[in-house]
Unconditional design. Structure first.
Length: 254
C-alpha cells in the first residue's frame, strides 16, 4: 500500500468519525456535559484516567464519579475538605478503587493550588521544554508528590518506563486539538497540535499495522513515537487528528 492510498483511507475515516455523533458513545462525552473550562478539564482528566475497557462502562462510571462531586468537579476538588472527599469511598471502576480516587483527587487539589489549573501546569511546563515527553514525565513526578497509596500510581502512566501513556495522550488531544468539528475542545492554545502524540491502544495499533504505519509489535512509547512520526509526515501540523481514523476504524469492527 503506497502513501497516497494510506492517506486516502485515513482521510476517509477522519471525516467519518470526527463529528459530533462521535461524542455520545465516547468518554469525551463526560467533559462535553460541562460548560466552564475548569470543569471541562477536570472532568476530562478523571474520565480519561478510567478510560480502558468497555466504553459504555467507562461512561457510566465516569458519570457516577461526577455525581459524587455534585457535578461540579473543579469546585469539588479545589474546595472540598478531606472529610468531603470521604463521599468518594464508594467508587470503583475495575482496578481503580475508591482509595485511588480519594488520593488522586487530593493530588489534583495540590497541583491545582500550585498552578491554578491543570491547564496552568501543562502550559507552563511545555513552555520550558517545548517537548511533551518531558512534560508527561514531569506531570507524573509532580502529581505523585503528595502522600498517596502505591496502588494509585499504576493509573498514572510512566513515560520513563516506556509506557504508551494512552490515556494522557488522549486527554491532551481533547484539550489541545482545535478544529470546527465540535469533538475536541482546543482550549489549551499554548501547546501546538503538532506537538501531540497519538493515543495508542489495541484498536488504533491494529489498524496502524495494517496500513504499514507501525512496524513495532509492542504497544509502548517507542511505538507511539514511530506511529506519530509517520502521521506527522502526512500532516505535520495536526498528526493526531488521525486518531479518529485509526481508533474509529478499529473499534467499530471489533
Amino acid at each position: 500500500m503506497d502513501i497516497r492510498e494510506t492517506t486516502e483511507i485515513l482521510e476517509y475515516y477522519y471525516d467519518k468519525y470526527n463529528n459530533p455523533a462521535f461524542i455520545e458513545n465516547d468518554p469525551i462525552s463526560i467533559p462535553h456535559s460541562f460548560s466552564t473550562d475548569g470543569d471541562v478539564e477536570m472532568s476530562g482528566f478523571l474520565a480519561a484516567t478510567i478510560a480502558w475497557g468497555n466504553r459504555k462502562a467507562i461512561i457510566k462510571s465516569a458519570k457516577a464519579m461526577m455525581r459524587l462531586m455534585d457535578d461540579c468537579p473543579f469546585e469539588f476538588i479545589t474546595s472540598a475538605s478531606d472529610n468531603d472527599f470521604e463521599r468518594l469511598r464508594g467508587f470503583v471502576y475495575r482496578t481503580f478503587n475508591n482509595d485511588d480516587l480519594f488520593d488522586l483527587c487530593r493530588c489534583l487539589r495540590k497541583m491545582t493550588m500550585e498552578h491554578g489549573s491543570l491547564h496552568g501546569f501543562f502550559a507552563s511546563e511545555f513552555a520550558k521544554s517545548n517537548d511533551l515527553r518531558q512534560v508527561l514525565a514531569e506531570f507524573r513526578r509532580q502529581i505523585l508528590m503528595p502522600p498517596h497509596n502505591r496502588h494509585m500510581e499504576k493509573h498514572i502512566s510512566s513515560i520513563a518506563k516506556g509506557a504508551a501513556c494512552k490515556r494522557l495522550c488522549m486527554y491532551l488531544r481533547w484539550m489541545v486539538r482545535r478544529d470546527k468539528r465540535g469533538v475536541d475542545f482546543g482550549i489549551w492554545n499554548e501547546i501546538p497540535m503538532s506537538a501531540l502524540y497519538i493515543p495508542l491502544d489495541v484498536h488504533s495499533s491494529r489498524v496502524a499495522r495494517e496500513l504499514c504505519l507501525l512496524g513495532r509489535k509492542q504497544n509502548d512509547w517507542r511505538a507511539v513515537e514511530e506511529l506519530t512520526a509517520n502521521l506527522r509526515a502526512i500532516d505535520p501540523s495536526d498528526p493526531v487528528r488521525f486518531d479518529f481514523s485509526l481508533f474509529g476504524a478499529g473499534v467499530n469492527r471489533s
